[in-house]
Design a protein around this ligand. Sequence first.
Ligand code: NAG
Ligand code: NAG
Ligand code: NAG
Ligand code: NAG
Ligand code: NAG
Ligand code: NAG
Length: 338
Amino acid sequence: MEQQDALVIKPPKRSPLVLRTVVLLFAMVCGVYICSICLKQTNIHTTPKLLNIKAFDQPCQAANIEQSEIPFVHYPNPVTFSREECACNPVRYFAILSMQRSGSGWFETLLNSHINVSSNGEIFSVKERRSNISSIIRTMDKVYNLDWFTSASKNECSAAVGFKWMMNQGLMAHHNDIVEYFKEKGVSAILLFRRNFLRRMISVLANSYDRDAKLLNGTHKSHVHSPAEAKILAKYKPTINATLLIPEMMKIEQTTAKAIEYFQGTRHIVLYYEDLFTNQTKLKEVQEFLRLPYRELTSRQVKIHRGTLSEQVENWDDVYKALNGTLYEKFLHSDCDM
Ligand SMILES: *[C@@H]1O[C@H](CO)[C@@H](O)[C@H](O)[C@H]1NC(C)=O
Ligand SMILES: *[C@@H]1O[C@H](CO)[C@@H](O)[C@H](O)[C@H]1NC(C)=O
Ligand SMILES: *[C@@H]1O[C@H](CO)[C@@H](O)[C@H](O)[C@H]1NC(C)=O
Ligand SMILES: *[C@@H]1O[C@H](CO)[C@@H](O)[C@H](O)[C@H]1NC(C)=O
Ligand SMILES: *[C@@H]1O[C@H](CO)[C@@H](O)[C@H](O)[C@H]1NC(C)=O
Ligand SMILES: *[C@@H]1O[C@H](CO)[C@@H](O)[C@H](O)[C@H]1NC(C)=O
């Protein structure tokens, strides 16, 4: 009996221990389960919050815009003015990447003749704005938020906003960060080059000469608006250092190739001054690239150097000899009006 009792009594003694363990395990499982639900719920709660912030920042709905286009469509909310009735007009960001004397000034006046384009000029010609990447980004943020004021600003109803940037104005030096910014912000790059390096060099030398000579009644002009002014500026014939000609041309070629390589990963278009000059369809292509309503673009600028190359250089024979038989010989013969 005692043994039986003991046998009978023992199991109830053991079972609370088992039960306790089971309850403990159950509680632990429950705890983990509740915690996981809590985490899930916080996730559910945070996601709509982020969406709400986005929706608040961009109250405009991108209608009829393809999925692939969405990163390039913006609704800036400037701090300096209200976009009024155009608040929900989409805005594209662009940058004209070029070199001095490659037709970018002329190209920019063409773009700015479009009622919906503001191209704000060479904003990085000012050294402090390009002294470091944070300065560059701050400047671009301001331009793309439509808070940058120049004579080219159209503001309320701008459908494309940008500026002109020369390769030697911090663009090549900070290319990694700039490409990153372009990709992140959806900035479209317009790379503009001049095919004929020789004509470009003549223009660079003449422009640099006029900085001191000031041929137009004592004022230096890089671009002119009348044939009379163009004729006066074109009177000056630069002397080109024939020894440096080939190395300089190689440098231009390398910079061009590098720029195209760096910006390959961004939304971009590559243009040549000569093509823009001879082919009206190119300007249409540019407007399509910026998704602008098509318009006839005009510029009041007049070309300074026209006609035969041999008449534009003081030491033509040296130049001819230096280029004859080289890869750059073609520049001697392209005697169309470019
Ligand atoms: C960047 O350049 C600006 C303007 O020159 C200057 O005020 C600022 O201190 C610089 N910032 C850094 C991090 O060097
Ligand atoms: C272009 O500008 C005009 C006049 O300001 C405006 O009415 C029109 O909506 C703008 N177009 C685009 C595509 O933003
Ligand atoms: C230079 O000044 C004269 C006299 O003021 C004027 O007649 C002429 O048109 C000016 N020329 C240019 C190229 O500005
Ligand atoms: C051309 O440039 C080189 C290097 O700067 C210089 O040594 C040479 O004297 C220059 N030639 C002329 C004709 O100016
Ligand atoms: C003019 O430009 C358009 C657009 O880029 C191109 O399709 C066409 O082939 C060009 N025409 C000529 C004659 O080069
Ligand atoms: C250009 O080079 C060719 C040979 O490559 C030669 O026959 C010709 O005389 C050269 N022209 C001049 C103007 O030096």
